[in-house]
Design a protein around this ligand. Structure first.
Ligand code: HEM
Length: 251
């Protein structure tokens, strides 16, 4: 595996290769950020259409669904943050990309505290258990490929900003305020932080095999988040059936 940094900056481009909204700077063909985007765009479309994401973005998720979603994502981020921290120490490539502010575990802890969830008592759904085990496996075998997982969750902040608005509106909070910090960790700096992520990952020189494994990890994370969402819906529906009442709406 090649693991060093190419200091030549890639030029930024303009345009929308496959119709993403909101005027993102174009990805440059041949770069890893471009390949990650292109090889996961089908899964992004599926993610946007998934039931939980639709409930969240429209402000129709119940408080228990939102809390369960954050709880499961907490377990995923806790595992990934730890793996990325260790990988950053060993790998210059990982160190080039990962910034302290990318670690999402503290933001999730804030939100869970606001929602009254004890992070130590969260029961993982099966897809969360599977994903955290995979993170540990990749961390041991191929730490640079962890950047594929990181790409998905860091990129998700682009859309999560919109979800934060929907969730914040109905809980009477401002986006990025209590309870929605994870969904909008960077506020007005979102574009800047995402551009820096892409610039940094594109400055890392990767051989074809490592690129392939990174893309495989990205696809895996998209699939995991989708399955976790389905399992969150199933768990919260069962809980409201057994308690005899629908989960309280956020509003
Ligand atoms: C309702 C749900 C969602 C909406 C509305 C949404 C929306 C968006 C938007 C507007 C962007 C910026 C696109 C651009 O400017 O180029 C984006 C990017 C991205 N989103 Fe989502 N998203 C959603 C769900 C998700 C989920 C669940 C994930 C991951 C599990 C995800 C991962 C990503 C990634 C990785 C990018 C970066 C794409 C790139 O490489 O440029 N999104 N999303």
């Amino acid at each position: 595996m090649t693991d060093h940094v190419n200091r030549d900056p890639h030029p930024a481009g303009h345009g929308h290769p496959h119709g993403h909204p909101h005027g993102a700077p174009a990805s440059v063909p041949g770069t890893i950020s471009h390949d990650l985007r292109e090889s996961t765009s089908d899964l992004h479309t599926a993610a946007e259409r998934s039931e939980l994401q639709r409930l969240l973005v429209s402000g129709r998720a119940s408080r228990s669904q939102y809390a369960e979603h954050l709880s499961q994502m907490f377990l995923v981020h806790r595992a990934l943050d730890a793996a990325l921290r260790a990988a950053s120490e060993a790998s210059p490539a990982v160190r080039t990309v990962v910034r302290d502010e990318h670690f999402q575990e503290p933001y999730l802890r804030e939100d869970l505290a606001f929602l009254g969830v004890n992070p130590e008592s969260i029961e993982p759904v099966p897809a969360t258990t599977a994903m955290t085990a995979r993170i540990a496996g990749v961390a041991a075998a191929d730490p640079v490929a962890l950047l594929g997982y990181h790409y998905v969750l860091e990129g998700a902040n682009n859309g999560n900003r919109f979800i934060a608005r929907a969730v914040a509106g109905v809980v009477g909070q401002r986006p990025g305020g209590p309870g929605t910090r994870y969904l909008d960790p960077y506020g007005e700096r979102q574009r800047e932080v995402w551009s820096a992520f892409k610039r940094d990952i594109d400055s890392v020189e990767l051989d074809a095999a490592t690129r392939g494994r990174m893309i495989g990890c990205a696809r895996e994370m998209f699939a995991a988040v989708a399955t976790i969402g389905d399992e969150v819906i199933a768990r919260t529906s069962m809980a409201s059936v057994s308690s005899g009442a629908p989960g309280p709406a956020l509003s």
